[in-house]
Every structure is written in C-alpha cells, then in structure tokens.
Design a binder for this molecule. Structure first.
Ligand code: 13P
Length: 285
C-alpha cells in the first residue's frame, strides 16, 4: 500500500514509535525491506540518496518502490534522502516518490528557509511530503560529507521558526549522530530531542542511526523521534554475507547464489531494527 511520508509519520508521531527509513540502490535491498516489514507488520519508508539515484536511475528506484508498495500488505512510502538538486527533486516527484528531503543544512539559516519553502510549495501542490534538515549532521552519506568539526546541533528556537516559515512536514535534527560507521560510541543529546519535540510537536527524524546502541535508539524514540534512517548497517550485512559466500564458494558465478544470502541477511537486520524502533505490529490497512 503506497502512502505519503506525512501519513506514515503522522501515525508514528501520534502513536509514539519510529518508522525505519532504509536506503536502497538495488532490487535485493527493496525486497529485503518489504519482507522484513511484512514479517513484522511494520509501516516502512524506502529511501534513496542522490548517490543511489545516480547509481540505479530514478525510474528504476521509483519503479521498484511502486511495485513493492503495491504488492505489500503494509503501508510504504518512497522517499528521496538528502536531496540538494532541484531538478532531481522534481524528477523524483514526477516519477511517483511520495516524500522528498530538501537538505539545505549546508546553507545559512535564511537561505535554508528560502530553499526549503520553495520545495515545500511545489511538493505540497502535488500531494508529496517534505523533510528538511536544520543543524548539520556529521559524517558521509554517499556524495555528501560533513566534517566532524563542522557538525552543529539543532537549535530549538531556530527549529520552531524554521518549521513555521517553511511549512515542512518533518524535520531532521542534529543531536550527536553521524552518517557512516562510528569510531567510538555515539553520544546523543537527549535533552535537546525532548525540548525540540515539546516546541515543535511534529515528527522528528534521526539520521546516522546505524551503530547507535539499542538503549539510545529506544530512548530517542520515547522522546519523540519518528523516522530513523539506516544505510550503513544494511551495507555491512550485505558485504559480510557476500564475502562469506564468495570465500566459501570461490567458483560459483551465478549472481543469484552470491547475492541471495545477502538478501536474507539484510532482511534480518532490518526486521530487528523495526522491532527496536517500536514499529512492529503498527501497520494498518
Ligand atoms: P547511517 O550511515 O548511520 O546508516 O545513516 C544513514 C542516513 O542517515 C541516511 O540519511
């Protein structure tokens, strides 16, 4: 069942859980996500970054997402992760994405507001939901990198003004997580999540959530995080399974045999995240 990002995250916001938003570049990842969502009866967001779209092509990602959503018994939204390119955002909307992110976080506040507002006006005119980012989340997500020293936490007062002026549907906040693998254990600013949630009373998004310990994720969800982005943990599950298979079976050349076990491994990681986020059993029809 294909739904908008707003519908899926409104339900999560009202019912106190988080929807997993999982990055995809290929068919096996899409299938792993849908299988996990059906097994756990979780609403889910399939998302692709600009890099993912460049790799697979927007039509392929949208096509796979739509087929997956139509076949699935659970609510599914198709989302653009970290959009910065106006033309690409429009291409996603045209191809059937039900949610887009405009990431203007590398700009000054006024410019971020201006760009976000423009995308919100256009996306809302055709029923597509919008995520924006305020503050700067560290680390690397495909072709977007933010140095640790340049990462800045989201200011709650600025966030209130940002949402009021842009009309954005959900907001990605910087509270101590970073994209990519962690060197040490990430420390989340829980007080900041709480204050922002109280001020905004809307769905909040946590990026860079791979490798964040279970207790921290659960606490963040209890304080008001409703969308949790996972990419690195899925990539790692894929890599581990393919590496294991190829090292044990160096002469097998059938792609289905090589990638099939990785699809199962990814599904297991994703289903575990859905349970951790409190999304299991929350699907509606
Ligand atoms: P991870 O690299 O922690 O999986 O984060 C993914 C993400 O936030 C995508 O926007």
């Amino acid at each position: 069942m294909l739904v908008t990002g707003k519908e899926i995250l409104k339900h999560a916001h009202e019912n106190g859980y988080a929807v997993g938003a999982f990055n995809v570049n290929n068919m096996e990842q899409v299938q792993a996500i849908i299988e996990a969502a059906e097994e756990t009866q979780s609403p889910v967001i399939i998302q692709a970054s600009q890099g993912g779209l460049k790799y697979a092509g927007v039509e392929y990602i949208a096509g796979m997402g739509k087929i997956a959503a139509e076949k699935a018994s659970v609510p599914v939204a198709i989302h653009l992760d970290h959009g910065t390119d106006f033309k690409q955002i429009m291409a996603c909307i045209r191809n059937g994405f039900t949610s887009v992110m405009i990431d203007g976080s590398h700009h000054e506040l006024e410019e971020n507001i201006k760009i976000t507002k423009q995308i919100v006006e256009m996306a809302h005119a055709v029923g597509v939901s919008v995520e924006a980012e305020l503050g700067k989340i560290g680390g690397t997500e495909d072709d977007i990198s933010v140095d640790e020293k340049d990462a800045t936490y989201t200011d709650p007062d600025e966030a209130a003004r940002f949402v009021e002026e842009t009309g954005v549907d959900y907001l990605a906040i910087a509270v101590g997580t970073a994209h990519g693998p962690y060197k040490g254990e990430p420390k989340l600013d829980f007080d900041r999540i709480k204050v922002i949630k109280e001020k905004l009373n809307m769905p909040l998004v946590l990026h860079g959530s791979s490798g964040v310990p279970e207790e921290s994720i659960k606490k963040a969800v209890s304080l008001g995080i409703n969308k949790i982005n996972i990419d690195t943990d899925i990539r790692m599950a894929f890599h581990k399974a393919v590496k294991e298979f190829v090292s044990k079976n160096p002469d097998v050349y059938d792609p289905r045999k090589i990638v099939g076990p990785a699809r199962v491994a990814m599904k297991e990681v994703i289903a575990e995240k859905m349970r951790m986020f409190g999304a299991a059993g929350k699907a509606w029809r």
